[in-house]
Design a protein around this ligand. Structure first.
Ligand code: HEC
Length: 131
């Protein structure tokens, strides 16, 4: 009983210690703009100026799209919502959106923890011999 209890307590302690470490990784991420919540990475001033004119920046920060997906959204807004031609700034805006609000960024935010290291994974079942 006692060694089991100790092992469980140690496991719980390790879990508690591991979580702040996972959090600390996020601390090195670029800062976000207090007003809009947009990540302050290259291209951010342009996005703050252009993409918060008609709606909250939350529509941007909650989204996660591929670069093509962002192009599609912009074209849709241009076709149906009165968004103007972004001209020579479009490339910079798309670079920013794809980098900061891409599919990967969204997945990372949802999963929080990195995948287990290969050596920590359970062994694979034996591959069945070909018939
Ligand atoms: C001329 C006004 C206008 C501007 C400027 C504008 N949008 Fe929009 N956008 C809209 C409207 C209207 C909607 C629909 C809002 C709703 O459904 O409530 C929308 C919806 C969205 C959506 C949600 C729909 C989707 O496609 O996922 C995203 C994301 C978005 N905008 C991003 C942007 C970005 C990025 C920019 C800057 C390049 C931008 N918007 C600039 C008008 C605008």
């Amino acid at each position: 009983m006692k060694p089991n209890f100790l092992r469980n307590a140690l496991g719980a302690l390790l879990l508690v210690l591991a979580f702040p470490a996972a959090h600390a990784q996020g601390a090195s991420a670029p800062p976000t703009d207090a007003e809009t919540g947009l990540v302050m990475a290259p291209g951010y001033p342009m996005v703050k100026a252009y993409c918060t004119l008609c709606h909250s920046a939350k529509l941007v920060t909650q989204a996660g799209k591929t670069r093509d997906g962002w192009v599609e959204s912009i074209r849709w807004m241009q076709r149906t919502q009165g968004l103007f031609d972004l001209g020579s700034f479009e490339g910079e805006i798309l670079d920013y959106l794809a980098a900061q609000y891409g599919i990967k960024a969204q997945m990372g935010g949802m999963l929080k923890l990195p995948p287990l290291a290969a050596e920590l994974m359970p062994p694979l079942p034996p591959v069945s011999a070909p018939r």
